[in-house]
Design a protein around this ligand. Structure first.
Ligand code: UDP
Length: 237
């Protein structure tokens, strides 16, 4: 299999791990993602993954219900650790080694994240699963993905979602919405499209990290994206 990317940062939302049930962790979904990831590692791609925690807890939502925002954000970060362990276990089951790295120290659950530890793991053929987002409250795992992608020198940030790319409007609400094959960061901002939070988008733009949005729930799509077959939407400078 020919690949166009050597090293990727894959962002998976917590909600995507929940599958149809909408909360918690759907083991079938974890197994499907694990197989797709193993396929591209076998093809020689170095893979880092950042997982969200929205299927378990979000600091902002907690704050709206009276939880201290900083404590709530730490709860959200812990949710990303739970999801990271679930993916790591799913990868074990398909014979793909991985290394869970935590932005906040919590050995032996994972090793403390550093750029070098992550690169070393990838070079050893392991999937580097980076949890706790940035490790700071008031950020999101989208921003964590942008940051980690830039730090480890990823060729692209792949955002695996449940829609097949970026549309002019939310395709689940507006049937007339049309999909972009390519779009610039500025156009996303100008049109107010909700692809990622603004902090993450700006970090990618300022550091020239392309974003590729695609539907991760269709088996084989991750392979398509890394082999350069048309799939999803590419965001560029
Ligand atoms: N979070 C945080 N700092 C970070 C990343 C995440 O405080 O750098 C917390 C925040 O509360 C967030 C939660 O972790 O709501 C889960 O992350 P996110 O909402 O990005 O998950 P996703 O929407 O991708 O499932």
């Amino acid at each position: 299999m020919k690949t166009i990317y050597k090293r990727i940062l894959l962002k998976l939302s917590g909600e995507s791990l929940a599958g149809e049930q909408g909360f918690g962790i759907d083991q079938q979904r974890v197994a499907d993602y694990s197989e797709q990831i193993k396929e591209i590692v076998d093809a020689g791609v170095e893979v880092a993954v950042v997982i969200g925690g929205g299927n378990i807890f979000r600091g902002l939502k907690g704050a709206a219900q009276g939880v201290d925002r900083v404590k709530g954000d730490y709860m959200g970060m812990l949710a990303t650790v739970i999801n990271s362990l679930a993916l790591s276990s799913g990868l074990d089951a398909v014979g793909q080694p991985s290394q869970v790295l935590t932005a906040v120290g919590m050995f032996p659950i994972g090793e403390q994240y550093s750029k070098w530890r992550a690169i070393e793991a990838m070079q050893q053929g392991k999937v580097a699963i980076m949890s706790c987002g940035t490790g700071n409250p008031f950020f999101t795992t989208d921003t964590g993905s942008a940051l980690r992608g830039i730090e480890v020198g990823a060729d692209v940030m792949l955002k695996g979602t449940r829609v097949d790319g970026i549309y002019t409007a939310d395709p689940e609400k507006d049937p007339t919405a049309t999909k972009f094959d390519r779009i610039t960061y500025d156009e996303i901002y100008r049109r107010g499209l909700k692809v990622m939070d603004m902090t993450a988008t700006i970090m990618c733009k300022e550091n020239n990290l392309p974003i590729h949005v695609f539907n991760m729930d269709v088996k084989g799509n991750l392979r398509k994206v890394v082999s350069g077959e048309p799939c999803g939407t590419v965001v560029y400078q």
